[in-house]
Write a protein that binds this ligand. Sequence first.
Ligand SMILES: [Fe+2]
Length: 261
Amino acid sequence: MSSNDKELVGNYEVTKSGVVTRREVLLMGAMAAASGSLIAGSQNPAKAADAPAAPAGAYKAKDFKALAGTMTGLSASQITQHLKLYEGYVAKSNAIHESLKTVELTSANATYSAVRELLIEQSFAHNGVVYHEYYFNNLGGKGGEPTGDFKSAIEENWGSTGKFMDFLKAAGKSARGWVIVGYNTRAGYVDAYALDTHNIASPANIVPLVVLDVYEHAYMIDYGIDRAKYLEAFINNLSWAAVDKRLSIATKHASGIDTTL
Ligand SMILES: [Fe+2]
């Protein structure tokens, strides 16, 4: 791409094909330069060029490419760019997992230390992988009405499907990172939670059912800053079958139900 094809506007690089964040630009640059070495989670652009190639490991990126170009209101470009970010979290999860095996331990310190930094960023990268997989897996449907036990669960908690949908949109406007509608294994009901980033306010013993990414990177290419339109698109592509299947499994999953176990 020539310099004539792009323009830097604040933190965003505007190209003929759309808008990507500076962070995404750095991620893509690192991918090209280091064959999969990515800097997801890094706030320091200098790390992009310095980052070593991430090792292969237990985390393997799942294939969501079929979503690109098949949804209404979410473009192929939007999904493709988003998947690159997800793949970055996969790569970094593997890299951090390996680094923790050999990290220097004698300097461990709660203000700053290498082991502290790796542990904190591991939760960021790990949640970045897992929440994105829930997100992409609950897309690809046709929206419409919730189904099955999930429909009964939200009617029990919110009173009606319509009230739940209004709540979901409001939650989507309120969070800075994620909205998780999940099965609370401690209490036995479905409730909603907001996360401002992958690893801040992530609730314990909550099985995600509806996972909504409201980071700007999830919709900037298609909608700029118009999050409300993105929320409509998200809902129109929701797979309620996937959501209901998750609830069915969650209610049978004993490990989180009794916290005295
Ligand atoms: Fe995302």
